[in-house]
Design a protein around this ligand. Structure first.
Ligand code: FES
Length: 180
């Protein structure tokens, strides 16, 4: 297949994950002249993020080549949608709602406290890949402001002093997983 974009010589992500993505793309039977190829892009990015957990450059280039698109078209879509991420997420993803209701109830201080405790900034992941932090727009639970999610678990009316307890809860969880 002719490559639109040069692929990195060494891919760092596992081959079997690329195979999974490829078989999904194969099923779409995208053809070079297919006007729907751009329409397929969001669908494929969604799938790829589900498979890899994030969309680093090597995955973007791979997708661009498979869909006969330029890398810039792929990266443009990724940066347009908040949902897509180019950095890996931690096993526990801390999402702090920064919507208006949460903001007026001190979400920024809560976010800063998580950043301080985990020693990373929003958008980053800890070195051991256990925690990452994200700042989100309204998550639709304004009555519980300020709201924090750890993966899918919702914590409402979070106070500054709760942050330590929440982080410790997950640190304990990872310790007990190690012993199993
Ligand atoms: S503003 Fe945070 S849940 Fe709506």
């Amino acid at each position: 297949m002719e490559k639109f974009n040069p692929e990195p010589k060494i891919k760092t992500l596992p081959d079997e994950l690329y195979k999974k993505l490829d078989s999904y793309i194969d099923d779409l039977s995208v053809d070079r002249k297919d006007p729907r190829k751009k329409g397929n892009l969001i669908q494929v990015l969604h799938k790829a993020q589900g498979i890899f957990g994030y969309l680093p450059e090597e995955v973007q280039v791979h997708i661009a080549n498979r869909l006969f698109l330029h890398h810039s078209e792929v990266s443009g879509v990724i940066s347009f949608y908040n949902y897509f991420t180019t950095t890996p997420k931690g096993k526990y993803c801390v999402s702090v709602c920064m919507g208006t209701a949460c903001y007026v109830k001190g979400a920024e201080k809560i976010l800063n406290e998580f950043e301080k405790m985990l020693n990373i900034k929003a958008g980053e992941v800890t070195e051991d890949l256990k925690f990452s932090i994200d700042a989100l727009r309204c998550v639709g639970a304004c009555g519980l402001a300020p709201v924090v999610l750890i993966n899918d678990k919702v914590y409402g009316r979070v106070k500054l002093q709760d942050v330590k307890k929440i982080v410790e809860e997950y640190l304990v969880a990872t310790e007990s997983e190690k012993k199993e």
